[in-house]
Design a protein around this ligand. Structure first.
Ligand SMILES: Cc1ncc(COP(=O)(O)O)c(C=O)c1O
Length: 329
């Protein structure tokens, strides 16, 4: 939070306060201006540092998390990396329950490097049962693939007083970190002058937190959710299985609040292509969901036209997709 300081007390102070970057060579001269927030500049390399810090510190304040306890979470990687990072700074044991189909080597290695433990959960059978498209060439939606690992965390927490489940999918701090951090910064950095916000949806924390803050400032700001074409959820409420305890939370809140104005589906191929263009034409080394966000932003920018402004986030870094290029949220 204090990037101008010469000495900070810990890496946690370097989370957030990330400027917006104008796209110069990818934007269309006739379209709206596109500004991106390179959230991969957070210490562990993703936007999830914001929520990991807030979730852990609120749990400490409320007494749910105490010294010596173990933190658990179901995660496709970035929340795992971020919780591992914050746990390392604060001295907690952290175990990440990770669905096999997204547990690529780079993400797992980063988590392990922070000293956390990982448990890979085989979810292929679960996805077949839930009729979720799987396989090497389809996208992976955090909201879907985390359901089975969440059930494991739910059971673990119930069985032991020494375990605290971070529950990112229903955590008020997951939404609050974006409302009070990400979106507050966007409003300050643009003087409130923006016409649309675009963000991909995993737990839904980014889009809901941003929507709450931006619509409170100006209800006319268009809120656009982006999701993997291979694993739709937002576009159709019925695609989201409602299982009390493990799926109620932010996604149902998004449906209910009706703060999201549009949903755009982006395929793996399109998202990957845009991530490559961002590196080659703008020097921005961002991940695949960031490519999806920028492509969706370009479509909105073309609709809005010159003189308008679209803002999006680049949730993580490309270094975690060098082996497996896949649009994961
Ligand atoms: C790379 C990436 N992009 C986008 C998202 C979506 O963020 P949120 O969970 O806030 O919806 C995630 C979440 O895990 C992510 O890891």
């Amino acid at each position: 939070m204090n990037k101008n300081a010469k000495i900070v007390d810990s890496m946690l102070e370097l989370i957030g306060e990330i400027p917006l970057v104008r796209l110069n060579r990818i934007g269309d001269a006739e379209g709206a201006e596109i500004l991106v927030k390179p959230e991969f500049l957070n210490p562990s390399g993703s936007i999830k540092d914001r929520i990991a810090k807030m979730m852990i510190e609120e749990a400490e304040k409320s007494g749910k998390l105490k010294e010596g306890m173990t933190i658990v979470e179901a995660t496709t990687g970035n929340t795992g990396t971020a919780l591992a990072f914050v746990s390392a700074v604060k001295g907690y044991r952290f175990v990440a329950y990770t669905p096999t189909m997204v547990a690529n080597k780079s993400r797992m290695s980063i988590m392990l490097a922070y000293g956390c433990e990982t448990e890979a959960i085989d979810i292929e059978a679960y996805n077949r049962k839930m009729n979720v498209k799987g396989g090497d060439d389809s996208s992976v939606h955090g909201g879907h693939v985390e359901l089975m690992p969440r059930q494991m965390c739910f059971d673990l927490e119930k069985e032991s007083d020494d375990i605290w489940w971070a529950r990112q999918f229903s955590s008020a701090e997951n939404v609050g970190a974006h409302r009070e951090g990400t979106a507050r910064e966007i409003l300050e950095q643009t003087d409130g002058k923006l016409d649309a916000f675009v963000g991909s949806v995993g737990t839904g924390g980014t889009i809901l937190g941003a929507a709450q803050a931006l619509k409170a400032q100006n209800p006319d700001i268009l809120i656009v959710a982006v999701e993997p074409a291979g694993s739709p959820m937002m576009g159709n409420e019925e695609n989201f299985p409602m299982i009390p305890g493990i799926s109620d939370g932010i996604i149902p809140d998004i449906f209910e609040s009706k703060l999201v104005d549009r949903v755009i589906s982006i395929s793996d191929k399109e998202a990957i292509e845009m991530a490559h263009q961002l590196a080659e034409k703008e020097g921005i080394f961002c991940g695949i969901s960031s490519g999806a966000n920028v492509l969706a932003s370009k479509r909105i920018a073309a609709e809005l036209g010159k003189g308008k402004r679209v803002v999006t986030v680049l949730s993580d870094s490309r270094d975690r997709y060098l082996e497996v290029e896949k649009y994961t949220t």
